[in-house]
Design a protein around this ligand. Sequence first.
Ligand SMILES: Nc1ncnc2c1ncn2[C@@H]1O[C@H](COP(=O)(O)OP(=O)(O)OP(=O)(O)O)[C@@H](O)[C@H]1O
Ligand SMILES: [Mg+2]
Length: 356
Amino acid sequence: MNKKITILGIESSCDETAVSVVQEENGKIKILSNIVSSQFDIHKEFGGVVPELAARAHAEKIDLIAEKAISESNINLNNLDAVAATAGPGLIVCLTVGLNFGKTIAASLNKPFIAVNHLEGHALSPKLNNNLEYPYLLLLISGGHTQYLSVESLGNYKRLGTTIDDALGEAFDKTAKIIGIEFPGGPKIEEYAKKGDSNRFNLPKPILNRGGCNLSFAGLKTAILRIQSEIKTEQDKYDLAASFQKTIEEILYKKTKKAFEIYLEKNKNLKKTFVVAGGVAANKGIRDKLTKLSEENKFELLFPNIYLCSDNAAMIALVGLEKYKKKIFNDLNFKVNPRWQLDEEANFLKGAGVKI
Ligand SMILES: Nc1ncnc2c1ncn2[C@@H]1O[C@H](COP(=O)(O)OP(=O)(O)OP(=O)(O)O)[C@@H](O)[C@H]1O
Ligand SMILES: [Mg+2]
């Protein structure tokens, strides 16, 4: 029988309002529509996301974005099998908009509702363009998170390592801000780095040789603040961006090598699959470095498509699809969970005084 499963996905956890329709037919996953509306212009003058402004923009736009996604997908709303919406982690006022919108559509169509962990969306995103099977090792590098996780099955995550301070995307954005690159600076650091001398500035690599595959980036920001007064010309900015990019690549190379060892420690016979996902996974230099490392260690490396690295609703619909197949549905009184983690058992490892 030609069985199709069609899911509407909704994402509003931070500064992207996104709606997508994803369909699986005979085991093949297709993105029928994927509309993302970014709020860069709204937050630019503040140099970062302002939660109340973001929430207002989500509320103003979400119905239009949904209309566009549904019309582009050419589906009839009654043919949807379920509605999936991000319930966390993220900004509470932003999450509330998308979650309530999703619940309302599900209720009005009398379809199952599925609450999705945004990070699980990133974790599964390579499945939209690859054959991805459990288990695998995940490096999640996004604006709010930096973690190595053993992904054992849907919803079953064991954290192997995490940042003890800033997330990697945050480190990119803060570095950009310090040297005067307009928000959102992360992707621009990569462009600037191409024109610079990566050996000009010697930046620290905190906890490189200790702490297992835990990571730390706050020391880089402090070091960059110290040399900020030396950054005067465009060439200085290029050189600093190149030095920063190189330092990050070296940290990730070393820490990922450690994560490979830890991942295989309990079971040497595990299939060696490695996934890198989240906004920073769009960075070409990081992709190349981790590709080299994976080849050296015989891991198969999978990335999401570049356009699916940063926030989108196709990845949310995909998690919805996987949960739908297992009949994992949620009540309409499911609450937003701004701190929802993938491994809820993992120890809290952040802030001053952390011993690793
Ligand atoms: N090419 C790139 N190089 C480096 N960083 C990048 C690049 N492209 C995007 N980023 C960074 O990725 C981050 C955005 O990723 P993402 O949308 O996954 O984060 P988020 O949703 O805000 O956080 P989270 O997913 O942890 O809740 C930003 O910090 C941005 O600067
Ligand atoms: Mg994200």
